[in-house]
Design a protein around this ligand. Structure first.
Ligand SMILES: [Zn+2]
Length: 336
C-alpha cells in the first residue's frame, strides 16, 4: 500500500508537469481528486489494511492528498492568471496608461490664431488651388510679361500655362471673379518658390493674404485693420510704421514694420540692428487688377495685404532655421 501511494505521488507529479491549460488540469483533477478518483479509491482501500499498519498508511495517504491538492491549486491559479479569466489578477489600483495624442504643428497653430483675429475683424476665409494658371498667378495681378518673378529661377512651371502658385494672391482673383463687392476675405494657403533651400528660404511656405473691396475704402482703413491685427497677435506694447514699397498688384504699396520684440527697438541680430521687424506687405489694389476681374475702379476701391506664416512664427518664437518646420523632428515640434 505504501508503495502504491509513493507511485501515485510520482505519477501525479509527472502528469501535472505536462499540463499546459485549464482543461487538461480539470481532467487531472477528475482523475485524482474527484469522489471516484485515484485518491478516493486509495482511501477506500485503507479499510483492507491490517489494523496495526493503518496509522502509518493513513498518515501517508493524507500527505499524498494534501500534496496533490496544493500542487493542483498552485497551478490552477497560475493558469487562470495567464488566461485572464481570474478577475483578481487585474490590479485596479495601478495608474492608467495615458494615450499620447499629437498636437497641432506650430505653423497651423499660428495660422489658426491669425484666422481667428481676422474673423473677429469681419473677414471670411477663401481658399484656392495650389496648381494655378499663369494668368491668375501673374497676368491678372498686373505682373508685366517681363517681370522678374516669372523667371524660371523663382517659379515651378508645370507647362507654358500652369504653375505651382508663388503666392496666395491668385485666390483674390478667383474671389473677385466670382463675387461682386463688398469683399472682405483672407486667403491662407501653401505657396511654392523655386529657391535654394537654406536657413532662411525653403521651396514651400505658407501665406495669408487679405482683400477688402467696397465703395470708399481708404488707406487709413487698411492701416487701422492691420494695426488692430498686430496688436491682437503681437501684443500692444510696440510701435509700428508703414514704409513705401512696390508690388505689381497694389498702388500705393507699403510694408509694415513693428518694434523688434527681442531688443525692444535697441537693435539686435534678429532685426539686423535696425530695431524694426517687417511683418507684412500691403497696399491699395491697383485699378488694373480691378479691370482684369471686371470691377469698376471708378466705383470701388480696396486694399490687400499678405504675410508669410513661417516668417511670422520665426519672429514670434525666435526660431533659428526655417527648415525646422518641415523636418518633423519631435524635439522641435513638442516645444509648441
Ligand atoms: Zn532687435
Amino acid at each position: 500500500m505504501l508503495q502504491t501511494i509513493s507511485e501515485t505521488n510520482k505519477n501525479f507529479s509527472n502528469e501535472i508537469s505536462q499540463v499546459s491549460d485549464l482543461k487538461q488540469l480539470e481532467n487531472l483533477r477528475i482523475k485524482y481528486l474527484s469522489r471516484k478518483g485515484i485518491i478516493a479509491t486509495l482511501f477506500e482501500d485503507l479499510k483492507t489494511v491490517p489494523k496495526e499498519d493503518k496509522p502509518a498508511v493513513g498518515k501517508s495517504l493524507n500527505e499524498l492528498r494534501n500534496s496533490v491538492q496544493t500542487q493542483f491549486d498552485t497551478l490552477k491559479e497560475k493558469l487562470e492568471a495567464l488566461s485572464g479569466n481570474n478577475k483578481q489578477a487585474v490590479d485596479f489600483t495601478l495608474p492608467g496608461r495615458g494615450k499620447s495624442v499629437g498636437s497641432k504643428h506650430i505653423l497651423i497653430q499660428t495660422l489658426d490664431e491669425i484666422k481667428t483675429i481676422f474673423r473677429g475683424l469681419g473677414f471670411s476665409i477663401a481658399e484656392g488651388p495650389e496648381l494655378e494658371s499663369d494668368y491668375n498667378n501673374f497676368s491678372a495681378l498686373n505682373f508685366a510679361p517681363d517681370h522678374p518673378a516669372r523667371d524660371m529661377q523663382d517659379t515651378f512651371f508645370i507647362n507654358k500655362d500652369y504653375l505651382l502658385r508663388t503666392h496666395t494672391s491668385p485666390v483674390q482673383i478667383r474671389v473677385m471673379q466670382n463675387q461682386q463687392p463688398p469683399v472682405r476675405a483672407i486667403m491662407p494657403g501653401k505657396v511654392y518658390r523655386n529657391e535654394a533651400i537654406s536657413a532662411r528660404s525653403y521651396c514651400l511656405f505658407h501665406q495669408v493674404e487679405g482683400l477688402c473691396v467696397d465703395k470708399g475704402v481708404t488707406f487709413a482703413e487698411l492701416k487701422g485693420t492691420l494695426v488692430s491685427f498686430a496688436r491682437q497677435f503681437y501684443g500692444s506694447g510696440f510701435k509700428y510704421r508703414f514704409r513705401p514699397s512696390f508690388f505689381p498688384f497694389t498702388e500705393p504699396s507699403a510694408e509694415m514694420d513693428i518694434t523688434c520684440f527681442l531688443c525692444k527697438g535697441k537693435g539686435c541680430r534678429m532685426c539686423k540692428q535696425t530695431g524694426w521687424l517687417e511683418i507684412l506687405g500691403c497696399g491699395m489694389v491697383d485699378p488694373n487688377v480691378f479691370k482684369n476681374v471686371g470691377y469698376d475702379s471708378e466705383k470701388y476701391t480696396g486694399y490687400a495685404f499678405g504675410m508669410g506664416i513661417e516668417r511670422i512664427a520665426i519672429l514670434k518664437y525666435d526660431i533659428p532655421d526655417i527648415r525646422l518646420y518641415f523636418e518633423n523632428d519631435l524635439r522641435f515640434l513638442k516645444q509648441f
